[in-house]
Design a protein around this ligand. Sequence first.
Ligand code: PMP
Length: 281
Amino acid sequence: MSRIVFVNGAFVPEADAKISIFDRGFLFADGVYEVTPVVNGRLVDYDAHMERLDRSLKELRMAAPCPAAEMRTMHEELVKRNRLGEGIIYMQVTRGVADRQFNFPKDARSSLVGFTQTMALIDNPNARTGVKVVTTPDIRWLRRDIKSVMLLAPVLGKQEAYEKGAAEGWMVEDGFVTEGTSSNAYIVKDNTIITRPLSNRILAGCTRKALFRLAREHGVRIEERAFTPEEALAADEAFLTSASQFVMPIVEIDGQRIGGGQPGPITRRMREFFLQEAQKA
Ligand code: PMP
């Protein structure tokens, strides 16, 4: 089925959607994006995603493409027009169309596109078995707190993981895990969840933020500190979070089984809390 997508103010069939070859997103990856989950036709954690979008735009001195209310309408209309029950909305803002020059163009208007992708978020079969990860060097720039569309390093990292039979790459810098190529990284030791504190070296995941709240509500301890791949191998459990995977158990790191090769109890509990909340959003 052909989707209805959003391009600069208009809802059109995907085959009719057009963006200029002079768009700075295309030429420079001069843009930012958000991925918002949809469950039962409703947006999950929408406000957190829009807060992060505003921050990304500010950090890059990029204009907001439209007022907040219009952004919400775009998301809701995309769900409605595509009858999306479960999946994600991808939205992207770029600095707009201008003759190719590195410095910011004077009067370019931001481009805004949005589209839907159907995915099984709740009943994701990977969550039952858990997934494998491999470690890979973190070769990204130092503003990973900005959700920019400049994703070549994560593309290479994810491809390497796939070629090694794993679902995700855990990136390593100065001997410590930063995060996954498209997710945040966690281990569990002695009933405590351990994850890296926020900084310019990782993206502030919206799912991470929700996880922290749920952990607090349910009395699960979280320690914010960086951990090494060696520590991860000796952990009781490991998992990742992202908008499209929620809480995903990890059962193998670099070919070594974690927690007996089964999704761990704290990971499963946290996923369950998340699913309950997403389903009543
Ligand atoms: N880190 C990186 C590098 C990511 O690309 C993502 C997913 N966009 C995340 C973390 C997780 O963020 P979120 O929970 O908001 O999807």
